[in-house]
Design a protein around this ligand. Structure first.
Ligand SMILES: Nc1ncnc2c1ncn2[C@@H]1O[C@H](COP(=O)(O)OP(=O)(O)OP(=O)(O)O)[C@@H](O)[C@H]1O
Ligand SMILES: [Mg+2]
Length: 293
């Protein structure tokens, strides 16, 4: 079958001091163009490894990745990556960090004036136009993250790969970034694969949530199709029966897979399913909603 992005029977084994370590085994996923996919699973199961294989930064030991029927063998501008620790060049301004990527991708196809306009447009999308001349160490963590996202979007990647992009942000900034990402994705119809430890984030943003089994030899455990209408509004969804059902499904999966964790009591399950939107990270960790890394 011709799907847009095909993660086809991917397995990877790393050599380690204690012998070969099989991290992923038979990971199969077909992603359609414009789909928003979240990867969720316990720390160390292999989520970043999947993302790095799709990015072309790691080579699968078995199987492979096809993007529009072409095998992914190396990194390329058609697959932009946003890492959790935003990787801006510290000596360049906000504008120049994005402009550098724009120049690399559009050197031949856009004029200088067009590249300038395109750089500004993408920074506008993430509400960073007011700080074009600042250096990375003169802006906050959330702002750096927004610049990283602008840089990735400006490359017009076929696939946007994000590894816990909002994990380090305070909850207000995180909320803002999630809403911006939903708006941008609705406008541009990017295909997105995002790793998250945040159950609410996964349900709010995704078309499908891929829940990975624990490693070693991790694979896809369950896939949850999130059929909530878009645009999605977090406030009205907090009361929504379907939203809370999806949320509880993910929480259940994670609890069941939590190695060494005692079975949940009915009361705990009820607490998880009914938990509000404004919990602190610490409270979420206690309930297993946000996984401690
Ligand atoms: N280059 C490598 N060599 C050996 N082992 C590796 C290598 N890269 C990753 N691993 C191992 O593969 C497993 C999966 O790592 P990965 O970073 O993909 O997990 P993750 O699901 O992203 O975890 P987290 O949620 O903590 O970010 C871990 O056990 C890790 O130690
Ligand atoms: Mg990771």
């Amino acid at each position: 079958m011709n799907s847009y992005l095909n993660i086809d029977h991917v397995g990877i084994t790393f050599p380690t001091d204690n012998g070969p370590l099989n991290v992923l085994d038979n990971v199969n996923l077909k992603v359609e163009q414009g789909e928003f996919i979240s990867l969720i699973g316990h720390s160390g199961c292999g989520k970043s490894t999947v993302l790095n294989i799709v990015a072309g930064l790691l080579q699968a030991t078995e199987g492979g990745v096809l993007l529009e029927n072409r095998e992914v063998r190396e990194p390329g501008p058609d697959r932009a990556v946003v890492f959790q620790n935003h990787s801006l060049l510290p000596w360049l301004s906000v504008y120049d960090n994005v402009r550098l990527a724009v120049d690399q991708v559009f050197k031949r196809t856009k004029s200088k004036a067009e590249r300038d306009e395109w750089t500004r447009h993408n920074l506008e999308l993430v509400h960073m136009s007011h700080a074009l001349d600042r250096k990375p160490d003169e802006i906050s963590g959330g702002m750096k993250q927004r610049v990283g996202i602008a840089r990735a979007l400006a490359m017009e990647p076929k696939v946007l790969l994000m590894d816990e992009p909002f994990g380090a942000l305070d909850s207000l900034t995180r909320t803002h970034m999630q809403d911006s990402l939903m708006e941008i994705q609705a406008e541009l119809n990017n295909t997105v694969i995002m790793i998250t430890h945040d159950v609410d984030e996964a349900v709010l943003l995704s078309d499908r949530i891929i829940m990975m089994t624990n490693g070693p030899s991790a694979s896809i455990g369950e896939i949850l199709q999130v059929e909530l209408e878009r645009p999605r509004d977090r406030l009205s969804l907090a009361e929504d029966r379907d939203y809370n059902h999806y949320r509880a499904e993910v929480v259940r999966f994670l609890h069941e897979r939590h190695v060494g964790k005692r079975p949940q009591t009915a009361a705990e399950t009820a607490t998880d399913a009914g938990a509000g939107q404004d919990e602190t990270q610490g409270a979420q960790e206690k309930q297993g909603l946000r996984l401690a890394v």
